[in-house]
Design a protein around this ligand. Sequence first.
Ligand SMILES: Cc1cc2nc3c(=O)[nH]c(=O)nc-3n(C[C@H](O)[C@H](O)[C@H](O)COP(=O)(O)O)c2cc1C
Length: 151
Amino acid sequence: MPRLLIVHHTPSPYCQAMFEAVVSGATDPEIEGVEVVRRAALSVSATDFLEADGYLLGTPANLGYISGALKHAFDGAYYQILDSTQGRPFGLYVHGNEGTEGAERAIDRITTGLGWAKSAEYVVVAGKPSKTDLESCWELGATVAAQLMES
Ligand SMILES: Cc1cc2nc3c(=O)[nH]c(=O)nc-3n(C[C@H](O)[C@H](O)[C@H](O)COP(=O)(O)O)c2cc1C
């Protein structure tokens, strides 16, 4: 069964709300035959990446970059997954308050290096997530999961 791996760093209620909306979209009953696995960024392993068929990444913007936790996830797994995960689809959600461009650019660079395929627009939220923001998170989860269903 295709597997979607959600790798997230969730340090606050706003990030948690976005994470839950993404999970809800990815696990919608209409999406059949896709296993959704969640891993905190500080505990995800290279094996987790290798055993998945697509990825959802979630992070706050911190100091103009992705969270140290998500950076740690890629620092630890990058070369182990480089040859084996190319072409796989991914999506990203970011929460920030003061500018998320650095985090978005970081994910652009990392995923370009890995050869992953951006399969949905990034969802970027500043401050308290609105109903529309959470719907966008839901759509993000559903979109990436549905791609695996079709593959
Ligand atoms: C050390 C630190 C650095 C941060 N740097 C940024 C940043 O560069 N850009 C940004 O948009 N938000 C930044 N933030 C805000 C976080 O993204 C925000 O705290 C996180 O998304 C959780 O949201 P909340 O604190 O509103 O619940 C920073 C927060 C901390 C603690």
